[in-house]
Design a protein around this ligand. Sequence first.
Ligand SMILES: [Fe+2]
Length: 305
Amino acid sequence: MRKLYALPLGLIGAGAAGIGYASVIERNWFALRRFEVPVLPAGRQPIKILHLSDAHLTPGRSRLINWVRSLDALEPDLVVNTGDSISHADAVPSFLDALGPLLDRPGVFVYGSNDLYAPIFKNPTRYLWRTSKSDYKKRREPDLPYRELGASLAAAGWLDLNNRIGRLKVGELDVEFGGIDDSHIGRDRYDKVAGPVDPRADLNIGVMHSPEPRNLDRFAADGYKLLLAGHTHGGQLCVPLYGALVTNCGIEPARVKGLHRHPAAGGPDAAWLHVSAGLGTSPKAPVRFCCRPEATLLTLVSHSG
Ligand SMILES: [Fe+2]
C-alpha cells in the first residue's frame, strides 16, 4: 500500500515545489543581460541602450520596482521600453516610480496589448496550441489607462513610437526611430512609417512590441539596422536543457529571446534583432520557469566593415 501511494504523492510534491519556485523565487530573480552589437558606423563612440519590456506592473511589486530603479546606475544613453508595462488600472504611478531617474534620460516607447486590456485568467498550457491573439477579438474598448501612461512618458520627453517616426540625439549620435503599435491586437500600421530610412542619420532603430516576422521583414527592407521587441516572455515556462516551446507570435522559438539577425540567415543587409524576455508576467499566470525575468544593456559599437 505504501508503495502504491509513494509515486503519486511524490509527483504532487514535486509539482507543488516547482510551482512555488516558479512563482515566488524565479519570478523575482531578475537578471541583467548584456550584449555588444556592432551596428555603429566606423569611428563612433559606443553607446549604451537599456532595453525594458513586459513589466506587467501591478501596484505593490516593490522588488520589481526597486530593481528597475537601480538600473539607472548603468548610466544608459537611451532607454527603450517595448510595452506591456502595466497590468492594473492603478499601475501607472508605480511604473513611473519604477523608472524614476531613468525618465531623465532619452527614451522611446511603444504599447503592448496588456497596456490596453486588463488581464483575464487563461489556461497557461493553451499557448502550446495557439497564441493569445484571438483572446482580444471580442474586447473592443481598452480598459487600462494606456493614454495616461503614454502622456506621462511623453511629458518626460520620451518619444511615442506607436506607428510613428521620431528622432533623438543619443550621446553624440543622431538616431532615427521607426515604431509600430502592437501587431498582436492588430494595431500595427507599418504603412504610416514605411519608406527607406534617412541615410543622414547615424543609426536607424525599429521598435515594436511583438516581433512579428512580417513587420521585421519590412523594417529590415527599409534599412533599419537594429530592431527591438519584447512580448514573448522568452517562452516564460521553458524546458531545462531545451528552451522555449512557444513564442506567442510568428517568430520561431530559436529567436524567442536574445540577440539574433533578421533575416535570420544574416547577410550584409540583415538587421540586428534583440528580443527581450521581459521583466514580468501576466498577474493571472505569475510563474516563470527556466526563463528569469530580465532587462538588457545593449552596448552599440562600430562595425568593422
Ligand atoms: Fe507581455
